[in-house]
Design a protein around this ligand. Sequence first.
Ligand SMILES: [Zn+2]
Length: 391
Amino acid sequence: MTQQERLAEAMRLLGDLVAFPSVSVDGNREVSKYLERCLRGAGARIWTEADATGTKLNLFATIGPDAPGGVILSGHTDVVPVADQPWSTDPFTLTERAGRLYGRGTCDMKGFVAACVAMAPEFARADLQVPVHFAFTYDEEIGCFGAQALTASLVARGLRPAAAIIGEPTMMQLVDGHKGCFEYTTWITGREGHGSAPDLGVNAVEYGALFILKLVELRARLKEMAPADCPFDPPHSTINPGVLTGGQAHNVIPGKARIDWEMRPVQASDADFVKAELAQLVETLLPEMRAVDPAADIRTEIVAEVAGLERVHQNRARDLVVELTGANAPGLVPFGTEAGLFQAIGIPSVICGPGSIAQAHKPDEYLEIEQLEQCLGFLSRLIGRLERGPV
Ligand SMILES: [Zn+2]
C-alpha cells in the first residue's frame, strides 16, 4: 500500500468509528462489533468480553505467529459526552477542514484505533516473528474499567506480551510516566438528634471533619515519603479533599455527611499506605459511634482507581519506541491512562499516540491529518521491526 492509500483507508475507518456515538455510559458494543468485523477480515484471531450489562465490549485481536511475546497496541473506543458543548460541526460526522479531522473521539482516541486497523492487513501480510495484539477497551473515560477487566483476562489466559504501546494523544511523543488517579466518596452515617443534646446523637459532620483532618495529615506524610528523583510535578503523591457535605440546620445533629476526595500516587505503595491508615482510623472511630447507634458507619466507595505509570529503570516498550521514533528524552503527562494497568501485570508500557490532549474532551475536538500520517508511519516501522525479531 502506498502512504496515500494507507491514509485514505485510515480516514475512511475514522469516519466510520466517529459515526458510532460510543459515549461511555451508553456503551461501545456497536463500535466494538464493527472493529471485530474489520479485524476478522484481516485474518486476526479475536476474543471479546462483555461487561455485566452486555452493552460494553473489550476486543483483543492477534495477528502474526501463535508465539509468546509481541507487542500490544492499546486504545479505548468510548468517548466523553458532547452534551452542552458548542460544536460548530456534527460531533458524530467526521469533518475535514484545513488539514484537520473534526469529530468526537478523533484525537481521544479513535484516530489511533483507525490507524491500527488500517494497518492490520499489512501486519497480516508481513512475516512477523512475534505477534501484534490490538487491545480495544471500554469505559476508559470513566475509570479504565474495560482495561481493568482486559488485563485481568490477560493474566487468566497466561498472555504476557513483551511490551504495550498505549495510543493516547501525545503528538506521537514518547511518554513513560504519569501519576495514578484514585477517586473516592466516603459516606458517614451518624444519628440525628437535637443540637442541645450532642451525647444522644452521632454527629456525622464531626466525624467527617476528623476524616478530613486525617487526609490532610496523610498528605503531609506522603510529601516526606517521596521517592528520590521523583520525576513528577509536584514530586510526591498528593491528596485533595474536594467536597464535604452534610447537615441541615444550626440546631440539628447531622446524621449524614459525604466527602469526595482523591489521591494521585507517584508509587503504588503510597496508595496502599493511605488506605491502611484510613482503615485504621475508621476502626478507631467506629466503636464510639456505634456505642450510641449500632447502625453508625463510615464507608468508602471507590469511584475510580486508575493506576499510575511508574517511570522505571528498564522499560522494553520505551526502548522499542525510542528505536521506532528516534525520540531522545521520554516525557511525562499529567493525565491518567490504561498504561499503568498493563505495567501492573508485568508488561512494560509507554504512551505514544497521535493528536494533542489539548483537543481532547473539548467541543470541536480534532486530529491533524499530519498526526495520523505520523502514526501510520510509526506502525509501518513497527511492522519492519517485528519482522526482524522479538522485541
Ligand atoms: Zn483517552
